[in-house]
Design a binder for this molecule. Sequence first.
Ligand SMILES: Nc1ncnc2c1ncn2[C@@H]1O[C@H](COP(=O)(O)OP(=O)(O)OP(=O)(O)O)[C@@H](O)[C@H]1O
Length: 262
Amino acid sequence: MKPIIQIQNVSQRFDTPQGEFVALHQVSIDIQPGETVSLIGHSGCGKSTLLNLIAGLTLPSDGVLLCDNRQIDGPGPERGVVFQNHSLLPWLTTYENVALAVHQVFRGQMTRAEMRDWIEHNLELVHMSHALHKRPHEISGGMKQRVGIARALAMKPKVLLMDEPFGALDALTRAHLQDAVMDIQRRLHTTIVLITHDVDEAVLLSDRVMMMTNGPAATVGEVLQVALERPRSRVALADDPAYHRYRQQVLTFLYEKHAKAA
Ligand SMILES: Nc1ncnc2c1ncn2[C@@H]1O[C@H](COP(=O)(O)OP(=O)(O)OP(=O)(O)O)[C@@H](O)[C@H]1O
C-alpha cells in the first residue's frame, strides 16, 4: 500500500538569539492509510514541531513531507488538526463552530440541506447532538474537545493530526474520548497521528508508537509495532500480558535509554 504520509529526511532548525537551534534531525517516517501512529517523547523533544510540519503550519529546513504523494507546502483540508485547547470560537454555538469549517470546505459542492445534515452527522459521531445550540462556555472541557474533533472530521480529512488532544482532561473524560476516537477510526478508517505524553494512551490507541529521542537534534529512536487486536478494550487489556510488555518497552525507552535529567 502507498503511504498516505511520507516524511523524508526532515530536519528543522530555528534561529534563536543564542544562534541556530536544531530541533529535528533527519526524521523519516512512512504512515499507511488507516494507521494510528503516536509520537511520544519527553517535553521539548520536538513532537509539536513534527506535527506542525505535517499540518503544513511550518515548512522544514531540510527534507520533504508528502501527503497522498503531494508535497506539503501549507495547511489543507485533507489534514485536520485538533489541538489540546479545543480552539473553538467562543461566540459561536457548537453547531456554528462546525458549520464554519464545513462552509469553508464544501461551499459550492453541497447544498445547504446537505451541509446541515453533514454538520449534524459529525456532531452525532462524537455524541454531541444534545448540545448543538450551546456556546463553548456552556459545555465541559471534554465536550469542547469533542466538538473540536467533530469540526476536524467534518472537513473529511484523510489524516487527523492531534496534538495532545486529551492532555487537559480528567482521567475519566480522557478515557471516554479515547474510546470515541478508536470507534470513529474503526468506522471511518481515518489515518491518525497523535502526540501524547501518556504511555497507556499510546499503546491503547496506536498501531505504531514512534518514540522520539531527546533534543536538540531529536529523531525517532525506536518504533514499536502494537499488534493488539481491535476493537481494544481498556478493561480486557489490563490483564493482557502483551499489553504490559508493550507498555514496558515504551517505559524502558523513555526512562532508561533516553531518560531526561530533571
Ligand atoms: N519557533 C521556535 N523557535 C525556536 N525554538 C523553537 C521553536 N519552536 C520550537 N522550538 C524548540 O524546539 C524544541 C522542540 O519543541 P516542541 O514544541 O516541538 O517540543 P514538544 O516535544 O512538542 O514539547 P512538549 O511535549 O513540551 O509540548 C524545543 O526545544 C523548543 O524550545
